[in-house]
Design a protein around this ligand. Structure first.
Ligand SMILES: Cc1cc2nc3c(=O)[nH]c(=O)nc-3n(C[C@H](O)[C@H](O)[C@H](O)COP(=O)(O)O)c2cc1C
Length: 379
């Protein structure tokens, strides 16, 4: 796939990899000779040349063994030696049985690699080599190729490498009875764009998603939630380990005061239905701000309806003062703008209310403007 896109690809198999797919296959597909060890083509000093030559290294599948060797800096074949000489972005796509993936040794190796700026994708969940399934599956090749393209498109910017970020996305639903809920029009696209761009810039990303009808992002751990209370709980669980928290989800401010176990019925006598009483939900953003750990950057969103740009800014600044977050993304959601659209117009305010950036265009470009502002504030 990468070659079809015009990339020049060099394949560096391990000896074990060649037991599954032979060298002639790799040589024919890549158009280059392959070797597994540093003792071939010695005058060329392959491991140094490869490390300098590559714009990106992708290890896919990354075995538990190779993750361990890379984490401890072992250099006993051409692949691991090249990993030590490469200064470009490195992406690893672990694939193994669930037990191997969850083993503390593997998890510690992954954490070490991530702390050094390697993008270690979370494996997909699904059918494994045997009849079993679970986390440990190699993401689909097209998904891996997309990750490579996104990182290359972001140039050499790996300014979030080794950083852990949590993004909330989508809209919560507050149930009224078994068939009805109070919801909102958020599609989750902005949160998805934030997660995609953070991953492309090297971050380790957790996405807390409420009712989003978008394909899972490879290499991003997604936690699905339904109500504001569930989103709150998930954020409290994920935020302490994160260096940046972006609350792009549309969280319900209110929920029905009571939930009816039975569907609320129309009265036969034609009388009006009872009014739905509402109660306040926890303010998730304000709570995350109050629990912010030192150095953590918390970003809020303000979806406002206003008649002028000045009024929009004033509403944003008032919200910023109430919430105390480090950055607030203010956008006008009047007349069906923003929700479900692929573009966004927004102003990013700094903690003191000054305009940090004015972003117009795709949700991806707004995501990049937000991460630019976050990256500047990270310790
Ligand atoms: C049929 C078979 C399937 C395997 N699948 C995996 C796997 O998916 N992930 C993994 O980490 N190891 C797997 N292994 C074990 C590795 O092949 C073994 O750890 C090897 O030493 C890895 O070497 P390398 O990291 O140098 O490629 C498998 C072994 C066999 C025989």
């Amino acid at each position: 796939m990468l070659r079809e896109e015009g990339h020049d690809v060099r394949v560096v198999p391990t000896d074990s990899a060649l037991r599954f797919v032979g060298a002639p296959t790799w040589e024919a597909l890549s158009g280059h000779p392959v070797s597994t060890q540093v003792w071939d083509d010695v005058p060329y000093v392959q491991h140094v040349q490869l490390g300098r030559w590559a714009d990106i290294v992708i290890v896919a599948p990354a075995t538990a063994n190779t993750l361990a060797r890379a984490a401890s800096g072992i250099a006993d074949d051409l692949l691991t030696t090249s990993l030590l000489t490469a200064t470009c972005p490195v992406v690893m796509a672990p694939a193994m049985h669930t037990e191997m993936w969850l083993h503390p040794a593997t998890q510690a190796n992954v954490a070490t690699l991530r702390s050094r700026g390697v993008t270690v994708l979370d494996p997909a969940v699904g059918r494994l080599t045997g009849a079993d399934s679970g986390p440990g599956r190699l993401p689909e090749p097209a998904d891996l190729a997309r990750v490579v393209d996104e990182i290359l498109a972001g140039g050499a910017t790996q300014d979030l490498a080794g950083r852990r970020v949590v993004v909330s996305a989508g809209g919560t639903r507050e149930p009224l009875d078994p068939v009805r809920f109070l919801g909102n029009r958020s599609s989750g696209r902005q949160g998805w764009a934030l997660a995609r761009r953070a991953r492309a810039r090297g971050a380790d990303v957790v996405l807390v998603a409420a009712h989003v009808d978008l394909p899972e992002l490879p290499g991003v751990r997604t936690v699905h939630v339904g109500t504001a209370a569930q989103l709150h709980e998930a954020m409290l669980h994920e935020a302490p380990a994160a260096e940046a928290v972006v609350m792009a989800a549309a969280v319900a401010d209110f929920r029905p005061a009571s939930y009816s176990d039975d569907k609320i019925k129309k009265a036969d006598d034609g009388s009006e239905p009872p009014a739905v009483a509402l109660v306040r939900n926890v303010d998730v953003l304000a709570d995350l701000v109050s629990r912010r750990r030192p150095g953590q950057v918390v970003v809020g969103f303000a979806a406002e309806t206003s008649s002028s740009a000045d009024e929009l800014l004033a509403l944003g600044r008032a919200k910023l003062a109430r919430k105390g977050c480090d950055l607030l993304v203010v956008n006008d959601v009047s007349e069906g703008r923003v929700f479900g659209a692929t573009t966004n117009d927004a102003v990013i305010l700094g903690a003191d209310g000054t305009i940090v950036a004015d972003a117009h265009g795709s949700k991806e470009s707004l995501a990049d403007a937000i991460w630019d502002a976050v990256a500047k504030r990270l310790p």
